[in-house]
Design a protein. Structure first.
Length: 243
């Protein structure tokens, strides 16, 4: 069996595990999620999560592993679920720690196993386009580019984690960037999950709106003071290369 076939089997197994966990979580939590709009329902939900203890954390971490390794799974639903289960701050702490652990593992796996490993996991054509871009070969600009891309909701953050192992960027700097630059997106999701748990849909929408506005302002300011137009060029490059 070829290496690529083994990788495909691994991804299928991870997908099956992720789906099984999601179904299990739904079956486990649906009975108490129906009444989240009431104080009694919210208390029942908290008790259900607390009763799950370490198993609940392990299941959520398993979803995080599958999401980052499979790439195709969006991270926001898991972040929202973390906020629902452990509150805004607790969910934020859980996601931040798990992302740091998984990012570190993937980065050094790529450095150890090389390009072929990334090509097996990701779309080889997309990876080559980004990797060979002049913009991503510039060590002086690459850290700033990564900060902007990780901050913006909707960018392929997990794909960037794999590609970063092939780029001229220092490990510690990248791990810090990939962990903390995505905080605006994670904060909005975990706190939205916390308000959803309380049945407050309006506040969840407000949280997302504020986050998008703040990130938009930051990107606008970055473009304004970036005379070389690095930020604008990076956004156009990543949007073009992932299509």
């Amino acid at each position: 069996m070829s290496r690529k076939s083994k990788i495909k089997i691994l991804r299928i197994l991870l997908a099956i595990i992720a789906v099984a966990i999601i179904i299990g979580v739904i079956i486990y939590l649906v009975p108490v999620m129906k009444n989240l709009s009431t104080v009694e329902g919210q208390e029942a939900f908290r008790n259900k999560v607390n009763d799950s203890g370490f198993i609940g954390l392990l299941m959520l971490f398993g979803l995080q592993v599958a999401q980052i390794f499979l790439i195709i799974l969006p991270g926001e639903p898991i972040e929202i679920l973390a906020g629902m289960c452990y509150g805004g701050w607790g969910g934020l702490l859980f996601i931040t720690v798990s992302v740091c652990i998984l990012t570190t593992a993937i980065f050094f796996m790529v450095r150890k196993l090389g390009r072929r490993f990334v090509y097996d996991i990701c779309d080889e054509e997309k990876v080559k386009k980004i990797e060979n871009s002049k913009l991503f070969k510039n060590p002086k600009k690459i850290e700033w580019i990564m900060i902007i891309l990780f901050m913006i909701p909707g960018t392929p953050k997990d794909l960037l984690v794999y590609i970063a192992g092939l780029l001229p960027i220092k490990p510690l700097r990248f791990i810090l960037i990939s962990t903390f630059a995505r905080l605006p997106s994670v904060v909005s999701s975990t706190f939205a999950g916390n308000t959803l748990m309380k049945g407050d849909w309006q506040s969840s929408l407000v949280i997302y709106a504020i986050t998008f506005i703040l990130v938009g302002i930051i990107v606008f300011i970055a473009n304004k003071f970036d005379k070389s137009k690095t930020t604008e060029e990076a956004l156009k490059s990543i949007q073009k290369d992932i299509k």
